[in-house]
Design a protein around this ligand. Structure first.
Ligand code: PXP
Length: 251
């Protein structure tokens, strides 16, 4: 998700994750609401990219959604995926703009923790090479940890998405301040390693500003809050409201 026309250096892109539109659809087993329609609405409201996570258990997004997204959206598609052969084949068939590797456990309710790039180096290297050769940008979703960042750079990643979940979940106080300081340092290191810095997980209008204010961060990926707010105010107003908070923090 990092191509033109993003000419303004300070512009912070918003990737909208539409997984939970599929969660609602799947609750009734039919076709409504359609993730691709939500993606098109998000795009009209100013989303700079669309993110979807195809999980092994297909609990929300399915292959058919990826096909529809790829065919219909005009902004870049960011495919979140586990580092498995099955997902690599699907990524090659889908050809998203970027593949964001995330850790995945069947029993988790959402992506818990970042990818252990250090521990998975041997497994990741050939997978990343395959996707890179195909022209797909490589993103690794990791905790704000220098060892993981250095390993991501060594493996030839293009992008690091910093996991903001812990920062978002902690109550105000010393622990959250320390986690925020780790994210600040990691964002700087990401940039100095020549990697593009993204951030996401757990972001809402009431906690986005300190992350959006970091000049090294060029993209936020936000899902659950926006889809939840769309029940209250509509998807497009929710995106416009988030955009406003991001722009204000950036200014
Ligand atoms: N980034 C990554 C890599 C994720 O796995 C998720 C959750 O799917 C998000 C961002 C978005 O998190 P949230 O839904 O909490 O906004």
């Amino acid at each position: 998700m990092s191509q033109e026309p993003y000419s303004q250096k300070s512009y912070l892109r918003l990737g909208v994750n539409i997984d939970h539109v599929a969660t609602i659809r799947n609750a009734r087993g039919g076709n409504h609401p359609e993730p691709v329609k939500a993606a098109l609405l998000a795009e009209q409201a100013g989303a700079d990219g669309i993110t979807a996570h195809l999980r092994e258990d297909r609990r929300h997004i399915r292959e058919a959604d990826l096909k529809a997204l790829k065919a219909e959206i005009s902004v870049p598609l960011n495919l979140e995926m586990a580092a498995t052969d099955e997902m690599v084949n699907i990524a090659l068939a889908t050809m998203p703009n970027a593949a964001c590797f995330v850790p995945e456990k069947r029993e988790e309710v959402t992506t818990e923790g970042g990818l252990d790039v250090v521990g998975m180096r041997v497994r990741l290297a050939p997978i990343l090479a395959t996707l890179k050769d195909a022209g797909i940008r490589l993103s690794l979703f990791i905790e704000a940890n220098p060892d993981q960042l250095n390993a991501a750079a060594d493996l030839g990643a293009d992008i690091v998405e910093l996991h903001t979940g812990r920062y978002c979940d902690l109550p105000a106080g010393a622990e959250r301040d320390a986690e925020y300081a780790r994210i600040v340092a990691a964002a700087k290191l990401t940039q100095s390693l020549g990697l593009e810095c993204h951030a996401g997980h757990g972001l809402r209008v009431d906690n986005v500003a300190p992350i959006a204010a970091l000049p090294e961060v060029v993209e936020l990926n936000i899902g659950h809050f926006l889809i939840g707010e769309s029940v209250m105010m509509g998807l497009q107003p929710a995106i416009i409201e988030m955009r406003r908070h991001m722009d204000e923090a950036r200014a």
